[in-house]
Every structure is written in structure tokens, then in C-alpha cells.
Design a protein around this ligand. Structure first.
Ligand SMILES: Cc1cc2nc3c(=O)[nH]c(=O)nc-3n(C[C@H](O)[C@H](O)[C@H](O)COP(=O)(O)OP(=O)(O)OC[C@H]3O[C@@H](n4cnc5c(N)ncnc54)[C@H](O)[C@@H]3O)c2cc1C
Length: 432
């Protein structure tokens, strides 16, 4: 490998998400460090925009970026598309699904999270989680199938079409808002055959407010905006069972449904649990303030796979900005160690939290003090922060900006593509 010393430190990064990419990027150009970046897909997926793919607002290629291309100009970073099936944190060896192994001097665990179904019977088999590009395409395909069938059957045959969203956190709220716009406004306006079909979105959460991490005013605003868009809120109830065509709630109700979207929560990637490293809340790896793992020299964890202590000692939230900043901090600590300098504690720069409910309707709590904004100004902040996150990952932002412009200025522009089937993430990506 030209420009990279033979006696260099070999860093193995597992996961090409926000944390893994930020770490690898920080290590580019380091003559004494070489990086192997392993990802099962070979592309970086921009999770915050997955529900726009599910509702056909964006195409798969708009939210996924080829990792090899991303690092093409950096000869000290080798990208390998591989599914990691086991980790030995003592020897820093990872085993791949193809039978191969890779051993590093340093191991960085950035494998993200997976949907947590909390052992609800039928949830894993029958719901649509929204955590990967494949998940988003499966939901889009389901919506396509439901409305293609409804158009053929007509209003009498199709009856009322109900979708249930489980979970009133940011993922559930954003997805319910986007679905409500799609089925309540966009589809009936664009397809005459669907104009008389009645659709309904029901959002279920065991808590008594949506958007748990936000303040009470923001929660009330989000609830009001969802209801204005026709979303029915069922708060204070829990989904206890999911079947192929129904959900059972703990108040005894059985709701018929064409699809259940699962936004019920996440836990660390399965790989983490099997690695015998110290885990805590959500099955995530408990890391020290400098992002190393206690008892495992040369092992770091960052992003959704880790419980990263915040200033109050509580774990930081599972956010792209946390993952990106922590990934970068891991990179700087690896460089420091390689140069005989001490590691530094990670300090999160909190830019705030935000959620988008629909056109012109968003909430943002900005900065470390979480100054609250609602409506169009918050919508503009939401667009800005997502463009920033994309640009920071050096991802292509043109499609996102074009979408944002059309979304804002030309409501109801896009759903023809909902009725054309992309089949798999890789097929859809190569077709785009
Ligand atoms: C629907 C949704 C909306 C969101 N919206 C926002 C938002 O608006 N703002 C915000 O800040 N955050 C948002 N988040 C959270 C944010 O996306 C995550 O916190 C962030 O993606 C975490 O980054 P990560 O690098 O830890 O993991 P990920 O981005 O999940 O990356 C993990 C990577 O590891 C790879 N991987 C996993 N297991 C293996 C394996 N065994 N072998 C090889 N590779 C593997 C995966 O392919 C993936 O590329 C959202 C999340 C979701 C699901």
C-alpha cells in the first residue's frame, strides 16, 4: 500500500455508519496508521431520511453513499464489504461471514443498533421496523402493494385502510406525519382511483405524550400537528401482540391493519451482546469517557453501539450527531496513542434535538439549553442540520436539497414512484 508504512498501526473499524465513517475519516492521511473499514452493506446509510424513502419522497440512492468511493482518495483506508459475525476483544480479531478473519492493533466497534421488539409476540415477524435501507424499501413495497390493490378493488372493496405506528418517539412521530401526508393528501390528489379510499394512521404509545425527549410545549405541538393531519393518537396503551393483519392492545382492543410500523425502540447490534464486553442500558457497550472499553486495551466503541457518558453521567442519546462526534474523537485518540500522547475524554457539543412532523411543521430544541422553536423556522433548522450532517459525512447533498425545495414549495410532487416497485436495496441503488 503506497504511502503507508509497513510497521503502521492497523485499526479495524466495524460499521460504516456515522461513527465508523467519522473515525476512518479522521485517520485518513496518517502515514503510520492504516484502517480496514468493514461494513456488511458497503454503503453508508443516512438513517434520518429513511422514512422519506419509505414514503417515496426520496430514492434509495439519495440516502446511501458508497463507502469505497468515499475513501477512494485515501490509500491508508481499505473498505471491505463484509458481515462481521464475531469479535474477540482480547486478540482484536473479527470473524467474517465468509470464513475469513481480520486482526488489528486497535478495534473500533461502531456497528450501530437494531430494532428492539421487547419480546412482543409477532412483532419481529409482522412489523416493519425502519432502521436500514432494506427496511425502508420493504415498507415502501408494502404501501405500493396496498394501494395498487385498493385502486383495483375500488372504495367498496378496499374498505378503510389502517396503518398502525407503534412508538411515539421521533421515529414514530416523523413516520406517522409523513404517512399521513402521503395517504391523506398526496395519493388522493394524484390518483383519481384513490380519491375515495379512506385511509387512517393510528399512533400507539404506552406513554402519555409523544416525543418523550422533548419539553411539554413541543410535545403538545407535535400531538396537535399530527391530529391536524388526521393521525389518531392512542396514548397510554401498549401493543401486546402483532399478527399479519391486526394489532392487539393491552386495553383489549384488536385493530385490523394493513401494516404495523415499529418505532418502539432500539438495542445494540447483536454482535455487541456476543462480544463479552461490558454492556449496560439497551445492551450497549459501556465505554469510559475516552471511549475505550474497560478491561479491553485497544478496543473503542462509539455511536449507537455504545453507552457514552454525558456531562451528568447519564448515557448520551442515540443521535447521528453524537455518533459522528464520538467517531471523530475515537480517531483523535487513536492518533494520540500512536504518537505516545495521552487520550482525551470525549466532550459532546450538543446542537440540540429536532423532529419533523410534516410540511412547515417541525420542532427544534436548539443548543445545549434546548431553546424551543416550532413551525416553519424549526422546519428550516431541521433542513439545515440534516444538510450539515450529510455534508460532514462528505455525502452528496444535491438530491436532499432538491427534495427539500420541492417539498417546501411544491406540495404533492412525487409519489408516482410509490407505485413503481424497487425490489431490494442493492437493485434500487444500482437502478438509480
Ligand atoms: C428512522 C430514524 C431516524 C433518525 N433520525 C435522526 C435525526 O433526525 N437526527 C439524529 O441525530 N439522529 C437520528 N437518528 C439516529 C441516528 O441515525 C443514529 O444515532 C446513527 O445512525 C448512529 O450511528 P452509528 O454509526 O452508531 O450506527 P449506524 O448509522 O446504524 O451504522 C452502523 C453500521 O454498521 C454496519 N453493521 C452493523 N452490524 C454489522 C456487522 N455485523 N458487520 C458489518 N457491518 C455491520 C451497518 O451496516 C451500518 O452501516 C435516526 C435513526 C433512525 C432509525
Amino acid at each position: 500500500m503506497s504511502g503507508v508504512s509497513e510497521r503502521s498501526t492497523h485499526v479495524v473499524v466495524i460499521g460504516g455508519g456515522f461513527a465508523g465513517v467519522a473515525c476512518a475519516r479522521t485517520l485518513t492521511g496518517q502515514p503510520d496508521i492504516r484502517v480496514t473499514l468493514l461494513d456488511r452493506n458497503g454503503y453508508h446509510q443516512f438513517q434520518p431520511l429513511l422514512y422519506q424513502v419509505a414514503t417515496a419522497e426520496l430514492d434509495p440512492a439519495d440516502v446511501s453513499y458508497d463507502l469505497e468511493q468515499m475513501f477512494a482518495e485515501h490509500d491508508n483506508v481499505q473498505v471491505r464489504t463484509a458481515d462481521v459475525v464475531a469479535i474477540d476483544p482480547q486478540t482484536h480479531t473479527v470473524s467474517l461471514a465468509d470464513g475469513d478473519t481480520v486482526t488489528g492493533d486497535v478495534l473500533v466497534l461502531a456497528a450501530g443498533a437494531q430494532a428492539n421488539f421487547f419480546d412482543v409476540p409477532g412483532a419481529a415477524q409482522h412489523t416493519f421496523p425502519l432502521y436500514t435501507l432494506d427496511d425502508a424499501l420493504k415498507l415502501r413495497e408494502r404501501l405500493r402493494a396496498v394501494y395498487t390493490e385498493a385502486a383495483a378493488e375500488g372504495p367498496a372493496g378496499a374498505g378503510e385502510i389502517t396503518f398502525v405506528v407503534v412508538g411515539g418517539g421521533p421515529t414514530g412521530v416523523e413516520t406517522a406525519g409523513a404517512l399521513a401526508e402521503l395517504v391523506g393528501t398526496i395519493l388522493p390528489r394524484q390518483f383519481e382511483k384513490l380519491a375515495l379510499i379512506r385511509s387512517r394512521i393510528v399512533l400507539v404509545d404506552h406513554g402519555h405524550a409523544v416525543l418523550g425527549p422533548f419539553g411539554p410545549e413541543a410535545q403538545a405541538y407535535a400531538a396537535q400537528q399530527l391530529q391536524r393531519r388526521g393521525v389518531r393518537l392512542r396514548l397510554g396503551v401498549t401493543a401486546t401482540e402483532v399478527g399479519a393483519d391486526h394489532v392487539i392492545l393491552d386495553d383489549g382492543t384488536t385493530m385490523p391493519t394493513r401494516a404495523v410500523i415499529w418505532g418502539g425502540g432500539v438495542s445494540a447490534a447483536p454482535l455487541v451482546g456476543e462480544s463479552r464486553m461490558p454492556t449496560g442500558r439497551g445492551g450497549r457497550i459501556d465505554v469510559r469517557p475516552d471511549l475505550t472499553v474497560d478491561g479491553h486495551p485497544g478496543v473503542y466503541a462509539a455511536g449507537d453501539a455504545a453507552n457514552i457518558p454525558g456531562p451528568d453521567g447519564l448515557p448520551l442519546p442515540q443521535l447521528a450527531s453524537v455518533a459522528q462526534q464520538a467517531g471523530r474523537a475515537v480517531g483523535f485518540n487513536i492518533i494520540a496513542e500512536a504518537n505516545g500522547r495521552p487520550r482525551s475524554a470525549f466532550a459532546y457539543h450538543d446542537k440540540g434535538i429536532m423532529a419533523m412532523i410534516g410540511r412547515g411543521a417541525a420542532i427544534a430544541e436548539l443548543g445545549a439549553r434546548h431553546h424551543e422553536l416550532h413551525g416553519r423556522i424549526a422546519f428550516a433548522a431541521w433542513l439545515g442540520i440534516h444538510a450539515y450532517l450529510m455534508a460532514d459525512a462528505k455525502a452528496e447533498t444535491n438530491a436532499f436539497i432538491t427534495w427539500a425545495e420541492e417539498f417546501y414549495l411544491h406540495p404533492g410532487h412525487c409519489p408516482e414512484r410509490l407505485l413503481t416497485p424497487p425490489v431490494t436495496a442493492s437493485a434500487a441503488r444500482s437502478a438509480s
